[in-house]
Design a binder for this molecule. Sequence first.
Ligand SMILES: N[C@@H](CCC(=O)N[C@@H](CS)C(=O)NCC(=O)O)C(=O)O
Length: 211
Amino acid sequence: MVQNKAPLFTLYEHRLSPFCVAVRIALNECDQAFTPRDVDLTKPRTAAFLKRSPFGRLPALVEHRPGGELAIFESPAILLFLAERFEKTSLAFVDLASKAQALSWLSFIATGFAESLWACLEEKNHHAGKYGELLEAFEQQIDVLDAHLARRAFLAGDYSVADTLAIPLLDLLGRVKDLDMGGFPHVISWRDRLRARPSYKGVWPYGDEPK
Ligand SMILES: N[C@@H](CCC(=O)N[C@@H](CS)C(=O)NCC(=O)O)C(=O)O
């Protein structure tokens, strides 16, 4: 008899958000089904949603538990939770040292890299005189990543939460004005490796990564 069990997780998301896409990838890596709940960012957040994500931001992941629910917000926290929750998956940490390495890279991707990328994508910065400086600072980060990835397949050695958060952000590089990725072959092949993972298939809403 086929049992229709509701998924253990509900993902509150905005389908075009790279942070939400990263959580989708992580859930796929952990082989977990989830109920997607699209939140309209143009409307006021409901009180029920704000209980799960106090700042009203997405993603938020809810695990339905027998005694109630566990709600987690901020994509790095969600990825870390899944990595520890599902011990036999690609996201699980082998030991404390590999966890520390993965968290170093995860923190960098979530803050330095994402913020620099965002600054370069913001239309208002394109016309300001400082765009050249913003792009140069971002290129310096990509250059460090390129040198790092010349010697390893993934940021922390094995595939980890850091790569998971990086994938959808890397997908946005094509939109960065005047960015020439020609000098960063190792970042390009890392991105190709990440995109080839089964967990990546179908994670963007329109069937393809944004160009
Ligand atoms: N640091 C957060 C960033 C989340 C974030 O910026 N989410 C955006 C969508 S891309 C959002 O919810 N924006 C609506 C708002 O800030 O009210 C994370 O990693 O989860």
